[in-house]
Design a protein around this ligand. Structure first.
Ligand SMILES: C[S@@+](CC[C@H](N)C(=O)[O-])C[C@H]1O[C@@H](n2cnc3c(N)ncnc32)[C@H](O)[C@@H]1O
Length: 235
């Protein structure tokens, strides 16, 4: 998958050069290109923002550099979907990430200041928010989206890993323990030391259902609606 990111802070994106994302690049599963929006400014001082019509606080990213940049990026990444990071967009979640992981390419626009000129939305396929809070710019949201989508691409992780992650089928992941068996009096549940794989699988599923139901009834409801069973003993 080819991913392009349009930003006024290209230097921020170092987290995409480590760990799983780095390995996905090395394996040739993804290619990420960071574009500096200022390179598309027609202003002699490379200005990309301006005052808000109607008066009031703050500056807004202008149409011209963004439209020109997207034209250029699309000429290299033809079938890509254009995503605007925006606090007023559709809320991002694991299901949304699954959908985006099916796309051929993604182009992410990072807003800044008061955001982008409203007309930029005309050239976007999606407007995505990563949560009901305000960040300084779209760079962190873009990295959140990229990280989450790349994990789901074939060959990035062993095939069953994303399937057992929290939210994949709405349920939480199960709790994990490692050595020692007893740490300051806190013991690893006996069942996990039993070697009985069927019993361990049942315990893990039961506890994932219990924790989801207790902490996130909204997700539990979705899990049941899509045919998930509550009483796994009966199945
Ligand atoms: C300071 S914010 C603009 C906030 C805007 N004045 C508002 O209240 O809706 C600047 C940029 O950060 C990004 N951003 C901030 N919070 C975000 C969120 N929760 N999800 C996605 N993008 C966000 C967007 O690209 C946005 O254009």
């Amino acid at each position: 998958m080819r991913i392009d990111i349009l930003t006024i802070f290209p230097e921020i994106f170092t987290p995409l050069d480590v760990s799983i994302i780095k390995r996905a690049k090395e394996k040739g599963i993804i290619r990420i290109k960071i574009w500096n929006l200022r390179d598309f400014s027609k202003d002699r001082h490379k200005k990309v923002d301006d005052k808000v019509y109607g008066g009031g606080k703050g500056m807004v990213l202008k149409c011209q550099p963004i439209f020109d940049a997207i034209d250029k990026i699309k000429s290299e990444n033809k079938d890509a979907k254009v995503i605007l990071t925006s606090p007023t967009g559709q809320l991002f979640d694991q299901q949304f990430a699954k959908k985006l992981s099916q796309e051929k390419g993604l182009i992410l626009i990072c807003g800044h200041y008061e955001g982008v000129d409203e007309r930029v939305k005309k050239i976007c396929d999606y407007e995505i928010s990563i949560g009901d809070y305000i960040l300084t710019g779209g760079e962190l949201p873009a990295m959140v989206i990229v990280d989450c989508v790349v994990r789901l691409l074939k060959g990035v992780l062993p095939e069953d890993v994303p399937v057992y992650d929290s939210f994949y089928n709405y349920l939480f992941d199960w709790p994990c323990y490692t050595r020692p068996k007893n740490f300051k009096g806190m013991k690893v549940p006996e069942i996990l030391l039993s070697g009985n794989h069927k019993a361990i699988e049942n315990w893990r599923k039961k506890i994932a259902i219990k924790y989801t139901k207790e902490k996130r009834p909204d997700l539990y409801e979705k899990y049941i609606k899509q045919g998930g069973e509550d009483d796994i003993e009966k199945s």
